[in-house]
Design a protein around this ligand. Sequence first.
Ligand code: D54
Ligand code: ZN
Length: 280
Amino acid sequence: MLINYETRYASSPDAVKQYSTTQLRNEFLIDRLFESDKLNLVYSHYDRFITGGVLPISNSIALETIHPLKASYFLERRELGIINIGDAGSITVDGTEYVLNHREALYIGQGNKKIVFSSKSSKTPARFYLNSTPAHKAYPIKKIGTDDVEVIELGSPETANARTLRKYIVNSVVDVCQLQMGMTTIKPGSSWNTMPAHGHDRRMEVYFYFEVPEGQAVCHFMGQPQETRHLWMQNNQAVISPPWSIHCGSGTSNYSFIWGMAGENLDYGDMDVCKIKDLK
Ligand SMILES: O=C[C@H](O)[C@@H](O)CC(=O)C(=O)O
Ligand SMILES: [Zn+2]
């Protein structure tokens, strides 16, 4: 089977307080994203956000509709954002080819029917990380190159959170219904992302960790600020953050991650910041 998908339902903060490590990982960790010649998807009931990975090696892979959508094609009522974290690849959208190099992105609006992923070389394949959310309006396709992103420098070496945040799919760069995506890279010597931590009850979020060096890992924190839990994350794994949860992490080295959000508000800065001394 080329496309694998699974559904994750939403959980309340009171239920999650009781979860064992295994239950926490079953509900929130997405550990299988990139498998050769496969397209893997997780459909979350938090804002009906779909997280996926495509690794085309010897074949092209089409984004077919999946049963839970009850749609005749995937983007009938959805929009899609893709960031390539691998080598050069292409995405063909209803016959038009878009080449995505390493760290380039594509926004594909509602109504586009045939989407096909392929790598330029099977020896150095593309790795397409994708996020998709329900859409009410058809916005144009837009490629976002590394020069098109909005860059913000955050944190400092003294507080171990020096990092570069790149906004790819936000409404100041591309017209979107609700999807927001970007990439944050922790500088060498720093380990923390999203510290001070924050929440945004209007939006859920998914973090996808990559560029985690061999033998290293990232400890990701979730939960209400006064009731946090952790999940140890390996390279190329993602974690779902409910709207009621903080989401931050510290690595045993530096690393990068892609953040993707969906919900009610397109204002990226609309966060409720938690004081570090109040975290429990
Ligand atoms: O709501 C925004 C997201 O959590 C991320 O953009 C935060 C982040 O990448 C960081 O501070 O390192
Ligand atoms: Zn956030």
